[in-house]
Design a protein around this ligand. Structure first.
Ligand SMILES: [Zn+2]
Length: 201
């Protein structure tokens, strides 16, 4: 392993420390956190990085619904499905609070149908999907009070329809590939129950 030294202007470091603090990183962990961020972005830049496509045969099998991680998660009915904390089963989707809370309040809305694109849903299911999305976004807005709701539909290129709902806050870092942020378990439980209450309104 090679160690590379990076010289940062004080002002630049102060900005980074500010973003880290906002993400809930303790002051003494700032440098390590920053190193992770740089490594992740480097991986994205390199052709052999983890952000590339999966092998083609695997993709084709996934499109057919074989070994789909999202379908496997949908079969779990406890509080946690390995990826997120289940908030509610809506008409044609399931809403979850993602375990990685780097983006405060991020949720994922997964289609109950194994389908690749939202426009492949029947007209009726498509309407229900949009309605589920709107309900979910409103509940997140109520609980987390963001300035803006960023909605990504299937941006990571997995062939099972889902949306990522990313609340945005004033002055936050632009959403992207981010480090993991795990909350104490009682906080997930608190947010899940608040989101359920907001959905019920
Ligand atoms: Zn699936």
């Amino acid at each position: 392993m090679k160690t590379v030294t990076l010289n940062l202007e004080d002002e630049m470091f102060a900005k980074i420390a500010g973003i880290a603090k906002q993400a809930g990183i303790a002051e003494q962990d700032t440098a390590e956190w920053f190193t992770q961020q740089v490594q992740q972005r480097l991986e994205e830049l390199l052709p052999s990085g983890s952000s590339g496509w999966m092998p083609r045969e695997q993709w084709d099998a996934l499109v057919r619904g074989e070994n789909c991680a999202f379908c496997a998660q949908l079969e779990k009915n406890g509080a946690f499905d390995g990826y997120g904390f289940i908030i509610a089963d809506l008409s044609v989707t399931r809403l979850k609070l993602t375990k990685n809370q780097y983006i405060h309040g991020e949720c994922i809305l997964t289609s109950k149908h194994h389908i690749k694109e939202f426009y492949d849903l029947s007209q009726e299911d498509r309407s229900l999907f949009i309605e589920d999305l709107a309900r979910s976004a409103k509940a997140i807005e109520k609980v987390f009070a963001p300035l803006k709701m960023s909605v990504d539909m299937g941006s990571s290129g997995y062939p099972h329809l889902y949306c990522r709902l990313k609340p945005r806050y004033y002055g936050d870092a632009a959403p992207g590939h981010m480090a993991e942020r795990i909350l104490p378990s009682h906080e997930y439980a608190k947010y899940v129950s608040e989101l359920r209450a907001a959905l019920a309104e």
